[in-house]
Design a protein around this ligand. Sequence first.
Ligand code: NZQ
Ligand code: ZN
Length: 383
Amino acid sequence: MDKFTYHNPTRIHFGDGQIAAIANDIPKEKKVLVLYGGGSIKSNGVYEQVAQALSGHNWGEFAGIEPNPQYDTLMKAVEMIKAEGFDYLLAVGGGSVVDGTKFIAAAATYEGDDPWHILSQQKTVTHALPLACVLTLPATGSESNMGAVVSRGTTKLAFMTPHVQPQFAVLDPSTTLSLSPRQVANGVVDAYVHVMEQYLTFPVNAKVQDRFAEGLLLNLIEEGPKALTTPNDLDVRANIMWTATQALNGLIGVGVPQDWTTHMIGHELTGHYGIDHARTLSIVLPAVMQARREDKAEKLLQYGARIFGITEGTADERIDAAIAATIAFFKQMEVPTALSDVELGDNDIDVIVSSLEQNGMAALGEHGKVTLTESRRILETAR
Ligand code: NZQ
Ligand code: ZN
């Protein structure tokens, strides 16, 4: 395995009633801005719990961060912060609210002329406002990582900096009971693909990362369908929530090659067609597995054997079976697995490939071998 330095500074408060913990974790002298989305937190009791916990603080709020947060919306929060002097940000919601808040934290203290350059030119972020979150949708891992994804029109871009890593995250599984089945399924599939992006590459004898990744995949296969069939089971929600955090908090990705082709192509599908993030991944991942099967053969065989018990047949047959089992799991989670499932065709493939080109995504994957031609082949495989 490659050398690495691992440090995850996000304090996790997990379980029932843990929203109260924010009272002690945010310094009393801070002026806190609570940021949230379209209002789900107002109808499921989360807002009241946050307000109660912040009763000893000076705080205000910014509502309306949309799914796949838009730059223009986020810049309104930046203006508010500058005008009113907020110096601590608390994101309350799903990955979009957390990601949006991360960008706001960086943009509010950015000294260059245009904060969009943090994304479009990957300008170095040297500081940001401190932030924390109350997560209500297990999926992205954003609650304890340093990444964020922001959209501007049809362009969807990511940035990473340790300065926007949340100081703490509250994970109370009961806050997820109000999620729609669609959002629950999306979360399980997103977490699954996060593991796959860091696992399904080539072996480097990283046994902890491999076995931990396989454990997370097995949890999602076991608990994901239960979250749809027995939606009130809090134990199921708890296991999914903790699994999703572990899937993208850095741990399984240390010292191993990573892919992220599925995500980069998926971001284009969301940017241009508004398809939910996870539903782009369930379309693209099986095609990546198919198109990249030679480079990924050893890990595909390991994945098939350890996750689905596929040990019989030729290597090619076992890889076919592993891809089929992955598609079957996605279908069980009721997400699309082909472009035709979301009514996209060949013209749309052209749009996606030229957008990948514009965004500089011409050498993706663990070997940098996924050129634009190869992305086209992947999309054609996903038809
Ligand atoms: O806006 P509200 O009213 O809160 O409603 C949201 C939204 O409509 C709703 N929701 C959230 N919690 C709820 C709830 N509804 C009822 N009960 C609750 N407890 O769910 C809808 C979707 O929310 P969103 O935050 O968009 O979903 P998700 O957490 O899947 O986040 C997706 C975003 O994260 C990015 C994606 O690209 C996408 O923009 N990602 C971020 C990553 C990161 N920072 O590391 C990695 C991921 O790969 C991903 O790219
Ligand atoms: Zn994702």
